[in-house]
Ligand binder design. Structure first.
Ligand SMILES: CC(C)(COP(=O)(O)OP(=O)(O)OC[C@H]1O[C@@H](n2cnc3c(N)ncnc32)[C@H](O)[C@@H]1OP(=O)(O)O)[C@@H](O)C(=O)NCCC(=O)NCCS
Length: 168
């Protein structure tokens, strides 16, 4: 925990607020298409059950001043890439612009390197998502390259900006 920001396990009681915060086109427009929209309480329940079954724990609720504010998680890769994990996150819109994502990225990166023994954490950001690119830059990630025309969102083909941080 730092700066009023805590990463904690999800709990069943998060379901209503999770669905309220996640049910937002402004979030959906910046994440993968498998993220539900609309995001129902049933979606929230299924997601929470998935999170709490993880061993080791990989997907966290972000708490800001005691309130659920968003979600952040790591997806470890396999085979020869098992020392790497992909990072994903979102913050509920009422909480944007308070430095929450940046701090959450710091916290989960420490967890990934020190508890999960990862060597590399990376993320791919849509070209138009300048706020998320700024988050990774502020959190000490290195801009690596552009995956040109690698994704399609809302029927528009876009580039992905790839960022990573390696364990020092
Ligand atoms: C991107 C997101 C996670 C940022 O969360 P946040 O808690 O507001 O982020 P922070 O406050 O830590 O930092 C955001 C930074 O981006 C900047 N920013 C915001 N909008 C911007 C824009 N359009 N262009 C450039 N910078 C922008 C902010 O000013 C801030 O930088 P600063 O601290 O130097 O002023 C949040 O907006 C979100 O959840 N968006 C939808 C989902 C998403 O994009 N998830 C990430 C997918 S890879």
């Amino acid at each position: 925990m730092s700066n009023n920001i805590l990463l904690r396990k999800f709990q069943i009681s998060d379901r209503d607020r999770l669905s309220e915060l996640a049910n937002n086109k402004n979030i959906w427009d910046n994440v993968r298409d498998y993220f539900p929209y609309p995001y129902t309480v049933q979606n929230a329940m299924e997601f929470i059950n998935f999170c709490i079954s993880q061993k080791p724990y990989l997907t966290f609720a972000i708490e800001y001043r005691g309130e659920l504010a968003g979600c952040i998680g790591l997806v470890p890769q396999d085979d020869v890439h098992r020392i790497s994990a992909e990072l994903g996150y979102w913050i509920g819109e009422p909480y944007w612009g308070k430095g929450i994502a940046t701090e959450a990225v710091h916290l989960i990166t420490d967890y990934g390197f020190n508890q999960l023994n990862l060597i590399r954490i990376y993320s791919g950001i849509f070209d138009f998502n300048k706020a998320s690119q700024k988050v990774l830059e502020k959190a000490g990630f290195k801009f690596e390259c552009i995956f040109e025309k690698s994704a399609i969102k809302n029927d528009v083909i876009c580039d992905e900006y790839r960022y990573s941080k390696v364990k020092s």
